[in-house]
Design a protein around this ligand. Structure first.
Ligand SMILES: C[S@@+](CC[C@H](N)C(=O)[O-])C[C@H]1O[C@@H](n2cnc3c(N)ncnc32)[C@H](O)[C@@H]1O
Length: 395
């Protein structure tokens, strides 16, 4: 490792203070040193996009606002560095989330002897640099799908004085040349664990990955691998990361536009209960109603407020309309092979019957054949959560 150019002290101090405050605990010394050692601004492009607080993004351009840009570089916020098809496709993750993930990965005291680590989603290279600063670069590999980002990430790492093994490829395959790993850490979210990650992790090793579903992009999964090729672990209630991308040819066709309506009815289940920001309920629905996603429509085109539900894989759709008056009676329209609102209602009823478990009560086991089993621990014992696609979706 070459000597790294230092982060501006006042900015680095502030970032450390913000991260410590958000995590609610003092960072172990090795992590604190790593955060101080890695100058975040060296990993950022001249144009950054910051959340504008209204669901959009605002540009921060170094060429027109160098001070604002440097300040943004050391804020404890995610910084979007690339858009694809109008959506963020790469970012420098929020430092406190990065640190929280590394803590969950249990890198212990760091330094030599911690074992090999694979980071998935190189992006800017910042996280890989933290790993190098903490563990030493000889044990760190990182893989990025986008060749432009992989090359830039490697240049950023070099400029900051770090040289981990950077590769370009699909992280769903892990990175066999560097295997086996003691730790596999993803920096994008997944809705199932690729078998390659299990294959490439040593027995007793740990896999940490942000979680997502079509309904709810939230949560972090922490798994420990066993000698028999299975891994068991639990979910934690933090982090919302951009989803894993697949190479273009593997992507699905996406939801179909609403077609001919087939079923009309009424429901007393408020759409706000299932899609109004209760992350525990939405997490459960994401596990139990695969492929279903939602969007609110307040344009007034169909109703004062409409919850629109679509399926990733089929032309099924549902709409739940609020007429602006009645809070316990909503009009439902459903079409297509799946009756999506019925599935959501069943999923929500199940969550209520389980006594509204929180994200931290869910457990997941996965084997190399791709079988996923989710259970939830409640005051009444352990219940299995059924998702018909766990097995079928693994390719
Ligand atoms: C949140 S960003 C990563 C942040 C990064 N670790 C950092 O410190 O800047 C997620 C990254 O994952 C990459 N990614 C998404 N899907 C991938 C895949 N299948 N294989 C490898 N990289 C992927 C994206 O291109 C993006 O750069």
């Amino acid at each position: 490792m070459k000597t790294s150019p230092a982060a501006p002290t006042a900015h680095a101090d502030r970032l450390l203070a913000d991260v410590t405050e958000l995590l609610g605990r003092q960072l172990p010394p090795g992590y604190e040193r790593a955060l101080r050692t890695v100058p975040r601004h060296l990993f950022l492009p001249g144009r950054l996009w910051l959340r504008d607080g209204e669901g959009g993004y605002r540009l921060c351009d170094r060429s027109t606002d160098p001070d604002g840009w440097l300040t943004a570089a050391y804020l404890d916020i995610p910084l979007v560095t690339q858009f694809t098809d109008g959506l963020p496709s790469s970012s420098a993750s929020m430092p406190s989330m990065v640190l929280r993930t590394l803590l969950l990965a249990g890198l212990d005291g760091g330094g030599a002897g911690a074992g090999r680590v694979l980071e998935l989603g190189t992006g800017t290279g910042f996280n890989a640099a933290l790993l190098c600063a903490f563990l030493g670069e000889g044990v760190v590999s990182t893989v990025e799908l986008d060749p432009v980002l992989a090359a830039q990430g490697e240049r950023n790492l070099e400029a900051a004085g770090f040289a981990p093994a950077v590769s370009c490829g699909d992280a769903a395959e892990g990175w066999p040349p560097g295997a086996p790993y003691e730790r596999v850490i993803a920096t994008f979210s997944v809705d199932r664990v690729p078998p390659a990650w299990l294959e490439q992790t040593t027995a007793g090793g740990r896999i940490v990955t942000p979680w997502t579903s079509a309904w709810c992009r939230y949560g972090t999964l922490e798994l420990t691998t066993g000698r028999d090729g299975t891994a068991h672990g639990r979910f934690h209630a933090f982090a919302s990361f951009m989803p894993m991308q697949r190479p273009r040819s593997c992507q699905g066709t996406g939801p179909a536009a609403p077609g001919h309506a087939q079923h009309r009815g009424v429901t007393s289940l408020s759409p706000w209960r299932v899609a109004g920001g209760d992350l525990d309920a939405e997490f459960h629905l994401g596990l139990t109603v695969p492929g279903a996603s939602f969007a609110w429509d307040t344009s007034g085109e169909y109703a004062p407020t409409r919850l629109h539900i679509a399926d990733e894989e089929s032309p099924s759709w549902a709409a739940v309309d609020y007429d602006g008056r009645s809070a316990d009676r909503f009009t439902v329209t459903q079409a297509g092979p799946r009756l999506l609102w019925d599935e959501i209602t069943t999923g929500y009823t199940c969550w209520e019957m389980l006594e509204r478990p929180r994200i931290g009560q869910y457990r997941l086991s996965v084997n190399m054949a791709g079988d996923h089993t989710v259970t939830v621990e409640t005051g009444r014992g352990t219940s299995e959560i059924a998702n018909p696609t766990w097995r079928a979706c693994i390719t």
